[in-house]
Design a protein around this ligand. Sequence first.
Ligand SMILES: C[S@@+](CC[C@H](N)C(=O)[O-])C[C@H]1O[C@@H](n2cnc3c(N)ncnc32)[C@H](O)[C@@H]1O
Length: 247
Amino acid sequence: MLMLNTVNDPFQLSHVACFGRTLREYVEMFNLDLDGLKGKSVLDCASGPASFTAQAHRREINVVACDPIYSLPIDQIMLNAQRDIPACIRETQRHRELFERNSNSEDVDFLEEKLKALSLFADDYKKLDACKRYITASFPHMPFFDESFDIVLCANLLFLYSDVETGGILETSDFDYLFHHRALHEMLRIAKEEVRIYPVVGPNKERHPFIDELLEDKSFAQYDMQFESVQMKDIKGATQMLRIFKI
Ligand SMILES: C[S@@+](CC[C@H](N)C(=O)[O-])C[C@H]1O[C@@H](n2cnc3c(N)ncnc32)[C@H](O)[C@@H]1O
């Protein structure tokens, strides 16, 4: 039987939130070795207003970000993020038991980190050459050739934004098993070496049920799927990423 996050009053959002994390948080979610990534090509899928691309680019890592919101002007992205960041914090305050953060001062730190990400993202997004780094794209079909990037990352979209009944956080979600199956095949098509996904649990702290289905799916049998512990501390129990190696 599937355990819901909090049975009668779940943590839930009405839509995929427009907020993004910093390079420091990406390092923690994905165990990134920034020196080792120098000269590598990285695709950050569903990157939203995260500052990973802007900050990694400055460190000579060849990162491209993709997200449907890049069809929007920067002012609209800022407005969406300024609406969604506080809304997410309010929802976490209603469900302290599900998060590592448990005080208002930690919420302020969280808010400041997200605003820092937003500001670094916005500065980079406004640059003349930003169209090389920020590509409008949505799962399940991405506009990239096969094996275009050494590593493909995806944080805080897959599994998490399935519906509450399935173990995610959306009231209702189009991200069903088939969507995840297609999205994963798409990331593996684009990646030369590996795909990393974080988190692999929803707020119920259980491994998301779609993952077991993916692990058993014969169409992924040629890939090596491994779970690896990470440093990130936000959702309780979200202590692992999924790494899928092509070679
Ligand atoms: C919560 S944000 C995560 C941003 C970033 N990865 C991070 O962890 O900070 C989720 C992002 O997924 C994007 N998104 C929504 N539907 C998508 C889809 N079908 N394909 C790709 N990205 C999508 C949203 O626009 C949003 O920017």
